[in-house]
Design a protein around this ligand. Sequence first.
Ligand code: SAM
Length: 286
Amino acid sequence: MAKTPGTLWVVATPIGNLEDLSPRAQRILGEVALVICEDTRHSGRLLAAFGIRQRLASLHEHNEARVAPGLVERLAAGESMALVSDAGTPLLSDPGYRLVRAAAEAGVTVSPVPGPSALLAALSVAGLATDRFAFEGFLPAKSGARRARLQALAEESRTLVFFEAGNRVGALLQDAVECLGAGREGVLARELTKLHEQVYRGRLAQLVELAGSDPDVSRGEMVVLVAGRADAQAGDGDRALLQQLLPALLEELPPSRAVKLAARLSGVPRREVYELALSLGASGVQ
Ligand code: SAM
């Protein structure tokens, strides 16, 4: 008779505060046959803090392709295992994708033990739109490639979320100002759940200045969030477009219809469009 496969538990671990390891995560980490982690010393210390003694196996970006098949074989044969990363939720800019995929393909149950995540922790306190967001992970370290990526995101209307190391945050913000505009709203969520947790909110230009003037801002771990394009311009509208549209519409339509349509298409408030129409000599506008 074929053996019942084990379960691969994907377990989130603290991003800075040990109290964030859930009771369920603690139980499962203690029960499984093996804990798969990035760095056995790092995760060994975490488990020791909870009095958990476990067998550990290391899985990282350089050995994942090689070790995943053997782990999947053992899972398929009935052993249950937990996958953790150094901090937060595995697979999110962390190893595990190949293992999870191969385990699922082999018919192993892959089950989450949700918990800390730098991405969601940052989004939850940023105060930017969260109904739609684009997680971009780490941008390229080289400025040219980083700018190219930011340029490609310039029209994105969802909130943008980036991971970054503190010492590179100034360069990222500088490039973001150039590619996305100085007036965009941004948030730096730094050292979340740790002693020196700080959340800075402001326009990108202000954040660049802050990062340049206060060395503390670029220390530690950081999530950078930038408002999407539409949000950045909400209530502000596209005045350049209005300048082009309105004279043409006034030539073709009755003034009140031209104003209404120009306001809708440009996003500029109707009162402002109305005043511009008057300055262009339109009469009978309501
Ligand atoms: N998988 C992890 C997670 O779910 O949180 C993220 C791993 S990624 C390799 C590490 C990046 O996450 C850091 O460079 C930083 O951008 C972000 N990060 C991790 N811990 C953080 C914290 N306490 N505060 C702010 N950002 C953090």
